[in-house]
Design a protein around this ligand. Structure first.
Ligand SMILES: [Zn+2]
Ligand SMILES: [Zn+2]
Length: 276
């Protein structure tokens, strides 16, 4: 996770083929800088995949696409929104995503499905099949839907939103209408709602949970992590690793191959701190 939160989301997926970016919601300069810290050239990126048409997920997608001649994959409805935005009008090329249809992108098999969020067009989460196991990816979701519950059951790793602590949101500085939007069914998932999902529905094959899209105003990374860990321990799932993604720095890298080759023990990773 090169960056995650309401000020910009970018995730790097590396496999045997060219790397893929999921969302390009930071400035172009910042994306290039963070790719550099993990030793990836922007020129090597093979595709950009977009979850939904909110600026914190699309900010420099078109510019990145043009500069590096990279296709942008989006659903037809999200593409229409992006094409109507002046700054995002010109991408190098478009790739087509359709809900519940699998697309092969740079050696990964992406299956998007609709989630509950308030973008103008549909918001999608992904099940991403890799040679080392399946990743469930859902960064902006108001609630955990039955479809998400089913699709995420057989994943090895989940990237899932842990946006706010319910009590911090309620006592925080946002206007009532904004609080209602965030906590609503088409807003953002709370630490507590994620914990409930973990206690009730976490699949046996999950080895790692990456907490995404944390609010800098209504959450604290340590609280989000503790809430998730408590839910895991209450379910007897001590073996599951928890990683907290951050807005201002690149998160610990997760290597899915470790679980594929060692049957569920250990991870490799590194933390890269960026000067801000
Ligand atoms: Zn977002
Ligand atoms: Zn959003």
């Amino acid at each position: 996770m090169l960056g995650s939160g309401s000020a910009g989301n970018v995730t790097l997926l590396q496999g045997l083929d060219q790397p893929v970016l999921i969302d390009v919601g930071l400035s172009y300069r910042e994306v290039a800088r963070r790719l550099d810290t993990v030793g990836v050239s922007p020129d090597s990126v093979g595709a950009v995949v977009i979850t939904h048409a909110h600026g914190d997920h699309t900010r420099s997608a078109a510019l990145f696409s043009r500069r590096h001649d990279v296709p942008v994959y989006a659903t037809a409805a999200t593409r229409a929104i992006l094409e109507s935005a002046r700054t995002a009008a010109n991408v190098a090329s478009w790739g087509q995503l359709a809900c519940d249809t699998t697309s092969e992108i740079c050696g990964f098999r992406f299956t998007p499905f609709e989630v509950s969020h308030d973008a103008a067009a549909e918001t999608v989460a992904f099940v991403i099949e890799t040679p080392d196991g399946t990743v469930g990816f859902a960064t902006d979701i108001g609630v955990v839907t039955p479809v998400l519950r089913t699709r995420f059951r057989d994943c090895r790793m989940l990237v899932i939103e842990s946006n706010h602590a319910d009590d911090l949101l309620q006592v925080g500085p946002y206007a009532r209408s904004t609080k209602d939007r965030i906590s609503g069914a088409r807003g953002h998932l709370s630490n507590e709602s994620l914990a409930q999902f973990i206690r009730a529905d976490l699949g046996d094959s999950v080895r790692c949970v990456v907490l995404a899209h944390l609010s800098r105003v209504n959450n604290v990374p340590e609280i989000a992590e503790m809430t998730c860990r408590e839910a895991l321990e209450a379910s007897g799932r001590h073996e599951v690793q928890v990683i907290v993604s951050r807005q201002d720095r690149v998160a610990t890298t997760v290597d899915l191959g470790v679980w594929a080759s060692q049957r569920g023990h250990g991870t490799v990773g590194r933390q890269v701190a960026l000067p801000f």
